[in-house]
Design a protein. Structure first.
Length: 103
């Protein structure tokens, strides 16, 4: 039986860069306060996913499988590891997310 919760999440270097890009874009388009608010909400969503990772849709056609969950205008792409979520990428929902897994 699959674990139903994990203790924490870890960002890959690509996901860390995605978060930096999201903050930079949001701060330029709206404000630094709005960028901070958006990333705080994203962190809260990742915490929820740690508690209930299986609410995210699993994409079995990807090898190895990944899970997708939306937050605002973005998709969180992750895998459930033994004790954590491995956050692979955080991409805009209008982008072809599958391309980001091969880069």
């Amino acid at each position: 039986m699959a674990r139903t919760r994990v203790s924490h999440y870890r960002l890959t270097p690509a996901a860390e860069a995605d978060m930096t890009d999201i903050w930079t874009y949001t701060a330029a388009a709206w404000s630094a306060d709005q960028a901070d608010l958006y990333l705080r909400g994203l962190d809260e969503k990742l915490g929820i996913l740690c508690q209930t990772p299986h609410i995210a849709r699993e994409r079995l056609e990807i090898v190895p499988p990944v899970r997708l969950h939306s937050y605002g205008s973005h998709l969180i792409i992750f895998q459930v590891e033994d004790d954590h979520l491995a956050v692979l990428r955080i991409v805009h929902s209008r982008q072809n997310w599958q391309v980001f897994l091969s880069s």
